[in-house]
Design a protein around this ligand. Structure first.
Ligand code: MG
Length: 203
């Protein structure tokens, strides 16, 4: 399986990192080794001094597809969870300055904790899904799928022009404003609506 991540999908987040609002989705990949399953901690990597959290809604792909028409894109995922796109912001800034790829800043081991998934059928309105992140008991990020620049269908359609989607692939759909640093012993809790789905310790 692979993990596909959308960047700059919320206007205020693009602005907070001084990035332009994109005309087309920006995406990058994380390998399977980036996944952290529920209950396990995140080990702070020794190669960064500035790891940021980015809370994101995550889609689980349920059907093989390539060149997926936006009209049918909703049939290619069947569950939604929440995850954190951990980013070594110090390394990413250097990559950006030098025009290099982002893998060392984005794809490292443990950079993609993901919650359990909720069947899509349990959501009243997928264009109005509230989600949030608490750090040490304080809410640090709040988002709503309705604020995304590119919605789920657009993302699936766009990505599948370049990369075949396979059953079990995960798509991180971008983070809202409020990203910030984590430190050892921090506790992160991510929720969809009132449901706390992810509880993660930084070690
Ligand atoms: Mg992200």
């Amino acid at each position: 399986m692979k993990i596909i991540c959308i960047g700059r999908n919320y206007v205020e987040h693009a602005h907070e990192l001084n990035n332009p609002v994109p005309a087309e989705p920006v995406f990058f990949l994380k390998p399977e080794t980036a996944l952290i399953r529920s209950g396990l901690p995140f080990f702070y990597p020794d190669f960064s001094n500035e790891v940021h959290y980015e809370v994101e809604l995550v889609l689980k792909v349920s059907k093989l597809g390539k060149h997926i028409n936006e009209k049918f894109a909703h049939t290619y995922y069947d569950a939604i969870g929440i995850g954190i796109d951990f980013t070594a912001r110090d390394l990413q800034s250097i990559c950006k300055q030098k025009g290099l790829p982002w893998e060392i800043a984005k794809a490292f081991d443990g950079s993609a904790p993901v919650s359990r998934f909720i069947p899509k059928t349990e959501f009243k309105d997928i264009y109005d899904i509230e989600f949030s992140l608490e750090k040490n008991g304080e809410t640090v990020q709040k988002g709503n799928s309705g604020m995304m620049i590119f919605n789920f269908e657009k993302i699936i359609s766009y990505v599948s022009r370049f990369i075949t989607l396979k059953i079990g692939d995960l798509i991180f759909t971008g983070t809202p404003a409020g990203v910030g640093a984590v430190h050892k012993n921090d506790n992160l809790k991510a929720s969809i609506g009132e449901k706390k789905l992810l509880d993660l310790l930084v070690k």
